[in-house]
Design a protein around this ligand. Structure first.
Ligand code: 5GP
Length: 203
């Protein structure tokens, strides 16, 4: 039997999807299925929603603090999403990939495009896989956004329009996963990760 090459760098799993598709719930489930996965925690200027914890869901920072981090090149990528800033921590990702870990990155479509560009330009040396989570239908997405009750109606409609626009870019992703049931969506992503890890072992 051929000897397996040892994987040197980890795998970066980029997960995007429209607001309200249930990304966070699916990702939470994914960590239950595989506790060895690591989550990248972004910085954001968005105020915390009820129940969100600093350092666990996000690092909640002021615009000044965010600017400072941008200037110090602390972000792998950053973007303005729905009027607030979000950035992915560079050093954490670098460290974990060096250790051969699998890191989950939950970012919007701009963030995913930036990560793709960085890998294509050779500025990010890592195996990557891009997963786009979609709702079973736009009606269900609208229902979920309204049910969340954390935003007013105008913002819900704005996010819904943005979600429909985001759906147009899904063909740029490697995999499209329908979030019909949280458990099965998480299982599908886990299966994708397993396959991609095997693929990167060949490098
Ligand atoms: P939310 O405010 O609902 O937590 O997130 C809004 C959007 O920002 C989601 O699409 C989420 O995936 C995205 N997002 C979260 N962190 C980052 C990040 O570090 N970079 C980018 N580009 N998008 C992010």
């Amino acid at each position: 039997m051929p000897k397996r090459a040892k994987r040197k760098r980890g795998l970066l799993v980029v997960i995007s999807g429209p607001s309200g598709v249930g990304k966070s719930t699916v990702v939470r489930r994914l960590f239950k299925v595989d506790p060895d996965l690591l989550m990248s925690i972004s910085s954001t200027t968005r105020p915390p929603r009820p129940g969100e914890v600093h350092g666990q869901h996000y690092f909640f920072v002021t615009e000044e603090e965010f600017d400072h981090k941008v200037k110090k090149h602390e972000f792998l990528e950053w973007a303005k999403v729905h009027g607030c800033y979000y950035g992915t921590p560079k050093s954490f990702i670098d460290d974990m990939l060096t250790k051969g870990q699998t890191v989950i990155l939950e970012v919007d479509v701009q963030g995913a495009a930036s990560v793709k560009r960085l890998t294509e330009e050779g500025k990010l040396k890592a195996a990557t896989v891009f997963v786009f989570l979609i709702p079973p239908s736009v009606d269900i997405l609208a229902f979920r956004l309204k049910k969340r009750k954390t935003e007013d109606e105008e913002l819900v409609n704005y996010r819904l329009r943005a979600a429909i626009a985001e759906l147009q870019v899904m063909e740029k992703y490697d995999y499209i996963v329908v979030n019909d049931k949280v458990e099965s969506a998480a299982d599908k992503i886990k299966a994708i990760i397993n396959v991609e890890k095997e693929r990167t072992l060949l490098n």
